[in-house]
Design a protein around this ligand. Structure first.
Ligand SMILES: [Zn+2]
Length: 271
């Protein structure tokens, strides 16, 4: 069963994009949470960002622990929102490369589809620069895998099929999306910690090498603070200021309307 369409709410899109734009050196990935309706339409309304244990290219694998954690999160969401929710798919980024799924991506997708037919893959291509205008473009694609049923080809030969994707406008940033957004710097810090702890276990490190490792660690933390935490804080503060202003406007409008209502002549008695 191929999906007919994927509807991603705008706040989920923002969170995925924020994640994809957090690093231009490595691919990042996460899981998509939502539900599939009767018309085979997937509605994605939440996201779980994943920590990478292997940062090499094309190594976007999800560990069973991460999948379990995401399933638990989906169940929690289902309880709070009072509607069915489950892990529906995965997303990953392609920094500096085209949006099209690699051979490995198509195989990985096929593996997930064996467990869940409605599973879907989304790819965000970021930092792709036009050589002449220097403009950067973000591209998104949504795909599933399909085995190529040609005679003489082995069963495992897979093709990708493109699934139409729609971004559904939202009036606000939902609580689960806001939480994912704020989790991003935390995930990045954990990744740096892991690498740094591993260097400490290396044998025969002289003082200069240790000093170097400490400096690299500090530099990475500063980088996260500068390019992720700082801008995120700014964006959220601006959002808050806009909301406060809007709230004041609505209050004053309510005051005017209440006054106008009070100055109206009393309603004529009914006959
Ligand atoms: Zn890929």
């Amino acid at each position: 069963m191929a999906l007919s369409c994927v509807c991603m709410s705008a706040d989920v899109y923002v969170v995925c994009l924020q994640h994809a734009l957090s690093t231009e050196k490595e691919e990042v990935m996460g899981l998509l949470i939502g539900e599939i309706d009767v018309d085979a339409k997937a509605k994605i309304s939440a996201v779980v960002m994943l920590r990478r244990s292997d940062k090499r290219k094309d190594r976007v694998e999800i560990s069973p622990e991460q999948l379990t954690a995401a399933t638990i999160k989906a169940e929690e969401l289902a309880r709070t929102l009072g509607q069915p929710m489950r892990v529906l798919g995965w997303y990953h980024s392609h920094p500096h490369i085209t949006v099209w799924p690699s051979h490995v991506d198509v195989q990985t997708q096929a593996m997930y589809q064996m467990m869940d037919q409605g599973f879907v893959g989304v790819i965000f291509s970021v930092f792709l620069e036009d050589k002449i205008t220097k403009e950067q473009e973000v591209q998104v694609t949504c795909f599933q895998s399909q085995s190529r049923n040609m005679e003489g080809t082995p069963d495992h030969y897979m093709d990708r099929i493109e699934i139409p994707m729609r971004i559904i406008p939202t009036t606000c940033l939902s609580q689960p999306c806001l939480r994912s957004m704020v989790e991003l710097p935390e995930i990045l810090l954990q990744e740096e910690d892991e690498v740094y702890e591993a260097t400490k276990r290396l044998p025969h490190l002289n003082q200069l090498a240790q000093l170097h490792n400490n400096a690299v660690y500090t530099k990475s933390l500063c980088h996260i603070a500068e390019v992720v935490q700082g801008p995120l804080l700014n964006a959220l503060e601006q959002r808050h200021a806009t909301n406060v202003k809007r709230c004041e406007e609505l209050r004053s409008e309510m005051k005017h309307l209440t006054q106008a209502l009070a100055s109206l002549p009393p309603a004529a008695p009914h006959h």
